[in-house]
Ligand binder design. Structure first.
Ligand code: FES
Length: 149
């Protein structure tokens, strides 16, 4: 089934079963491999993308749900919030292995859009669904604080 949507501001078309997780379509069909597979059951946040501006887990989002809608992946996230976060990530050496970081950044962008000056509690609460197996949580919080300053 042909499904059309907007991906990173451009038209995209895929031929996929309607219940195929968006994550597979992004990675396998559209070669947007910045979005990562972690758990596949909506528990880790590695697959976070923006769906109509909201942070969503693409491993549990059927591709039919995005028909006619807008999806942004880490490859297409060039907002001021994303740039500030990427700068902070580099300056503070936030990531360790890096695997979860595109999901962390997509969530952090959404947080800063909703709350430009988040408290530590805001950050911990909003980011609690993004798991980092290297436990870089303190640096992630510091990176978000720096980007928000
Ligand atoms: Fe989607 Fe873990 S891979 S939440």
């Amino acid at each position: 089934m042909a499904i059309n949507f907007t991906l990173n501001g451009k038209p995209a078309e895929v031929d996929a079963a309607p219940d195929t997780p968006l994550l597979w379509v992004l990675r396998d069909e559209l070669k947007m491999t910045g979005t990562k597979f972690g758990c596949g059951i909506a528990q880790c946040g590695a697959c976070t993308v923006h769906f109509n501006g909201n942070a969503m887990r693409s491993c549990s989002l059927p591709v039919q749900a995005v028909a006619g809608q807008s999806v942004t992946t880490i490859e297409g996230e060039h907002s001021p919030e994303a740039k500030a976060l990427q700068t902070a990530w580099e300056e503070l050496a936030v990531y360790q292995c890096g695997y979860c970081q595109s999901g962390q950044l997509m969530s952090a962008v959404k947080l800063l859009r909703d709350k430009p000056k988040p408290s530590d509690e805001d950050i911990d609460q909003f980011m609690s669904g993004n798991i980092c197996r290297c436990s870089t949580y303190q640096r992630i919080r510091a990176g978000i604080k720096q980007a928000a300053s």
